[in-house]
Design a protein around this ligand. Structure first.
Ligand code: NAP
Length: 305
């Protein structure tokens, strides 16, 4: 049986949940499809300090508040692992379990997924010291040395979080400068628990009794290798867009991000892209929310015209 809506939102991060607030509040029959927990990357973020009106909030708390808000005006929250979208005046959103949802407007808000290092033992030791979520797993490594790979906002913010537990936090960056914002860099440089290893890349994670025991790093200039004792490795080396299901629609750029105009419209009428999954320069909770609001309002005009 097809389930019919005015708007289907794929993904329940800040972009999708904001779209749900705006669409349902405008009276549209709205469904959000999500295959994991609502909140997106917010759930994995310790502290958010740039959501206007709240100086500092735990990511999971903000996610929970947004989720409650997103369903408050009648939007339905449904489990759905989307496999493809069949375009037409009424779009069909096909899920892995065979369920099909239909709507004239589809808002894609699927965000990004963490990139893997692609080095030996990374996969084998995932959950045994290799983790992509410091907020989820950091407290397991109380008084032990841990290593974060990457120099962007995520890597540095999560490194600061890890200093609460770890005896020492090594940050490994491949250049000699960070990519993160200066305010976070300053906090990192002032923290006595943090050790910055510049111009190195990880080449192998070492196993010890079935868990992470260390990591081998290579100097990018002279190729020299060094062994670092560590009980955990947290790769934060960026992310790729979750758009496999949209590959045939002709709405992606060469990296897989969704191309949208100022109204969040893609090249396909009635299909919108919002949040981190779109080709944009600033990926923040506030810019995701902005996109969601605009797309929902556009969908409203599309449907009510
Ligand atoms: P990012 O900004 O793309 O940074 C990725 C980091 O990983 C860079 O330091 C990069 O090095 C390094 N890297 C990439 N591939 C690597 C490899 N194979 N080996 C070693 N290092 C590698 O990613 P992100 O930190 O996940 O952030 C993603 C987006 O979310 C960004 O737009 C960011 O601003 C945003 N964000 C914002 C906040 C905030 O504002 N509070 C928090 C989190 C994320 P290079 O610099 O040498 O390329």
């Amino acid at each position: 049986m097809d389930l019919q809506y005015d708007v289907i939102i794929i993904g329940a991060g800040p972009a999708g949940m904001t779209a749900a607030v705006y669409a349902s509040r405008a009276g549209l029959k709205t469904a959000m499809l999500e295959k994991a927990a609502p909140g997106g990357k917010m759930i994995k973020t310790f502290e958010i300090q740039n959501w206007p009106g709240i100086k500092e909030i735990n990511g999971a708390d903000l996610a929970y508040q947004m989720f409650e808000h997103s369903t408050h005006f009648g939007a339905e929250y449904l489990y759905g692992d989307v496999e493809k979208i069949i375009d037409g005046p009424i779009k069909q959103v096909v899920c892995a379990d065979g369920q099909i949802y239909t709507a004239p407007a589809v808002i894609i808000a699927t965000g990004t997924r963490e990139r893997l290092l692609g080095i030996p033992n990374e996969k084998e030791l995932t959950g045994k010291g290799v983790s992509y979520c410091a907020v989820c797993d950091g407290s397991f490594f109380r008084d032990q040395p841990v290593t974060v790979i990457g120099g962007g906002n995520s890597a540095l913010e999560e490194s600061l979080y890890l200093t609460q537990f770890a005896s020492e936090v090594h940050i490994v960056i491949r250049r000699d400068v960070f990519r993160a914002e200066p305010i976070i860099q300053q906090a990192i440089e002032q923290n006595p628990k943090i050790d910055i290893i510049r111009s190195h890349v990880p080449v192998e994670i070492l196993e010890q009794e079935g868990k992470v025991g260390g990591i081998v790093l290579k100097n990018v200039h002279d190729g020299q290798r060094m062994k670092l004792e560590t009980k955990a490795v947290f790769p934060y080396i960026g992310a790729d867009p979750c758009t496999e299901f949209a590959q045939d629609l002709g709405i992606l750029d060469e990296r897989g991000y969704i191309l949208v105009n100022n109204n969040m419209e893609t090249a396909r009428a009635g299909i919108y892209g919002v949040g981190d999954v779109t080709a944009k320069t600033l990926r923040q909770v506030v810019t995701a929310a902005n996109d969601g609001a605009i797309a929902a309002q556009q969908a409203f005009h599309q449907i009510k015209q």
